[in-house]
Design a protein around this ligand. Structure first.
Ligand code: ATP
Ligand code: MG
Length: 177
């Protein structure tokens, strides 16, 4: 298993308010940072659950206890699988990444909002997305803005790696329509 512990002391959770406010699932937010980090752990668990149930390629959530998220460990002998940024990439990876963003939006009805080469594992069986703490409901006020940013960021990564890929705004249009 992998544990992700949300810490009160190391994170500026107040800065993260834009990813909670406006999401219909989080209408009543109680004051206090301790409560807030627990909410974040629960939010990531809820997001992962939604994706996993829809059959999306994401890490498997197990449970959440207070500020600790429990997931299935992705890797071998305690060594995590490499993330996209740590590997060679090709056009297939680009297409898989875009298809994950598409399925997140159209099947799981969420936007990752922190989608990047650092938050995707590249395994023998393909790409696996993780780090869904920031992900928002597709009905969030800024969902489309976050979707555009996710697509722009991942496009930038593949272009930097020398690939010729589609225009991000065309991808956004295709996904939203
Ligand atoms: N389920 C998992 N199995 C194995 N390793 C994992 C798992 N989830 C996360 N990791 C490892 O922990 C690292 C950080 O995870 P994650 O991105 O969720 O946390 P984070 O707080 O956002 O960290 P960062 O700020 O570095 O992005 C990942 O790059 C990965 O190496
Ligand atoms: Mg991360």
């Amino acid at each position: 298993m992998a544990l992700k512990i949300y810490l009160v002391t190391t994170s500026n959770f107040k800065k993260r308010h834009p990813y909670l406010l406006g999401d219909p699932r989080f209408t009543k937010i109680r004051k206090g940072t301790r409560r807030l980090v627990e909410l974040w752990a629960q939010k990531e668990f809820g997001n992962l659950n939604r994706c996993f149930k829809m059959g999306l390629p994401c890490v498997k959530p197990i449970t959440v206890i207070k500020n600790v998220l429990v997931m299935e460990f992705v890797g071998k002998n305690g060594v995590p699988e490499p993330t996209l940024v740590e590997t060679e990439v090709d056009y297939n990876d680009y297409e898989s990444a875009i298809s994950i963003i598409d399925d997140l939006y159209n099947k799981a009805k969420i936007v990752h909002a922190d989608f990047s080469e650092y938050n995707i594992f590249k395994t023998e069986k393909g790409l696996l997305v993780f780090d869904l703490g920031s992900a928002v409901d597709a009905k969030h006020l800024n969902a489309i803005k976050f979707l555009e940013r996710d697509i722009k960021n991942i496009t930038k990564f593949f272009v930097k790696r020398g690939l010729t890929v589609a225009n991000p705004s065309d991808i956004v249009k295709r996904i939203v329509e």
